[in-house]
Design a protein around this ligand. Structure first.
Ligand code: G16
Length: 542
């Protein structure tokens, strides 16, 4: 029986960089999640007979909203639902299932790397038929529906038992519960030389993978420990928990500090990695080295041909604008295309679909390829392992050789979190107002060569996205980028991205702080960060 429930629009359901993210209590308001799910189902304009994939990262409230989403999709006439067992699907596994099953799209419940639990964050995003995040045209349509919604539809019957793999009917809708890991693990076996990685592990290559109590635990146990033969205990924090063990499932030096300490210490294994809440981000480490996401993208792009899935070479590379230019140097030297997009994986979809690029990456710990349409944490881990197995060198040797060949882009991102929203917006407006007069200005030894507010015209569909971040470039190529995050849930997060290119190998051993000191000071002068935010220091440096 379909029940039609009267509701009122909420005025704060505009999707951000990656779907709608709010605090759990905010999502728990009556009809809040239902309104957004109905807006997705309306905005997605599904054809009759369509299938949808549904899954999430297992955070607090996931189990309840999954069941609601199933009942609402059934009430709205979706013919078939493919749901991860226990309501779990990593974001890349969801992307893979959408593509493999030719579904019309997917509803993924995740707030990614944001903390979970009853006072933590929750999120809902929609992915389209190519498996990728909905592009702006679709998120705008969803947002418009949230502003005019007056009712939603939900089935009276409860959703089936999600713990049992198999197919049942819910009203007119077929609901198939699938093993969340199997298809994804098979895809990884197609792309990478598992025999070679397994042999390297047998010969003594040691590794640790920190799943951060999040969704990748079951994937990593299956792939790293079972299929690749790494010893039990290789996967740390491998059981998903609703509050991620009380931590932030954010793979960076702050939130994955125990792994970083291990990798910097005397008992470090050869290779370390971590992934985030929904399994799309990654952090890569070697003994004594943390590889920045921007460097990791460049190294993976330069070496991808060593893995069977990319043996024919890569068509091109895409990176988000704030990501360092390290990958550009690889593209230039190899004579392949380099595309600079706004922040957000959704901007890579068209480039991947059109075959213009094979590998994409972002400074925010995301790397991926055309195998799915999301960034993919374990994919990055496996490509690194494949490269290590082929080259027989350490992570540190590979990175240093890379810098010697292509130059080093010193890079750091400074995050000022929970800043007063109005103050952060004024800071950005003030910067924008001064852009036109900035070229030629001198700050210490730095002279501004160009300054703009990044805008992007999609080369495939011609759509234009403006206001994507203020770039200040200095002669010599160093740059500072200012941008407000689109994924925070409290106040505003100011991100300041600082980069300096150093071609000379003799100068590749500076500490990042030392290499970027003058630029960091200049960022405060130009952005008036202290004055406008009242902050002396960023909360997080990655
Ligand atoms: C999302 C997007 C990424 C983006 C990141 C940070 O990642 O998918 O493309 O780079 O947010 O965005 P912002 O700088 O606006 O906070 P995730 O892993 O949070 O879904």
């Amino acid at each position: 029986m379909i029940r039609t429930v009267a509701t009122q629009p909420f005025d704060d359901q505009k999707p951000g960089t990656s779907g709608l993210r709010k605090k759990v209590p905010h999502f728990q308001q009556p009809n809040y999640a239902e309104n957004f799910i109905q807006a997705i189902l309306d905005g997605a304009k599904l054809e009759p007979g369509s299938s949808l994939v549904i899954g999430g990262d297992g955070r607090f409230f996931n189990a309840s909203v999954i069941r609601t989403a199933i009942r609402m999709a059934a009430a709205n006439g979706v013919a078939k639902l493919i749901v991860g067992r226990g309501g779990l699907l990593s974001t890349p596994a969801a992307s893979n299932l959408i593509r493999k099953r030719k579904a019309a799209g997917g509803i993924v419940l995740s707030a990614s790397h944001n903390p979970g639990g009853p006072d933590g964050d929750f999120g809902i995003k929609y992915n389209i038929a190519n498996g990728g995040p909905a592009p702006e045209g679709v998120t705008e349509a969803i947002f418009r529906r949230t502003r005019e919604i007056r009712e939603y539809k939900i089935l009276e019957e409860d959703a089936p038992d999600l713990s049992i793999v198999g197919t049942t009917m819910l009203g007119e809708t077929e609901v198939e519960i699938v093993d969340p890991v199997a298809d994804y693990a098979s895809l990884m076996e197609e792309l990478f030389d598992f025999a070679k990685i397994r042999a390297a592990i047998e010969k003594g290559l040691t590794l640790r993978f920190d799943a951060m109590h999040a969704v990748t635990g079951p994937y990593a146990h299956e792939i790293l420990e079972r299929r690749l033969g790494a010893p039990v205990g290789t996967v740390l924090n491998g059981t998903p928990s609703e509050d991620f063990g009380g931590g932030h499932p954010d793979p960076n030096v702050v939130w994955a500090a125990p792994l970083v300490d291990l990798m910097m210490g005397p008992t470090a294994p050869d290779f370390g990695a971590a992934s985030d809440g929904d399994g799309d981000r990654n952090m890569i480490l070697g003994r004594g080295i943390v590889v920045t996401p921007s460097d990791s993208l460049a190294v993976l792009a330069a070496n991808a041909h060593l893995a069977p899935g990319y043996a024919r070479g890569i068509a091109g590379i895409a990176r988000s604008m704030p990501t360092s230019g390290a990958a550009d140097r690889v593209a230039h030297k190899r004579g392949i295309g380099l595309y600079e997009t706004p922040t957000g994986w959704k901007f890579f979809g068209n480039l991947l679909d059109a075959g213009k690029v094979t590998i994409c990456g972002e400074e925010s710990a995301g790397t991926g390829s055309d195998h799915v349409r999301e960034k993919d944490g374990l994919w990055a881990v496996l490509l690194w392992l494949n490269i290590l197995a082929e080259r027989g060198q350490s992570v540190s040797e590979i990175v240093r050789e890379h810098w010697a060949e292509f130059g080093r882009n010193y890079y750091q991102r400074h995050d000022y979190e929970e800043v007063d929203k109005a103050a952060a917006e004024e800071l950005m407006d003030n910067l924008r107002d001064r852009l036109a007069s900035m070229a030629g200005q001198r700050f210490g030894t730095l002279v501004v060569s160009e300054a703009d507010d990044f805008s992007y015209k999609d080369p495939v569909d011609g759509s234009v996205s403006t206001g994507q971040g203020v770039r200040i470039v200095f002669s010599g190529g160093s740059r500072i980028v200012f941008r407000l995050s689109g994924t925070g849930t409290v106040g505003a997060t100011l991100r300041v991205y600082i980069e300096r290119f150093e071609p000379e190998p003799a100068r590749h051993d500076l500490s990042v702080e030392e290499a970027l000191r003058e630029l960091t000071e200049t960022a405060d002068v130009i952005g008036e960060i202290r004055k406008r935010t009242g902050r002396d220091q960023p909360d997080v440096r990655t």
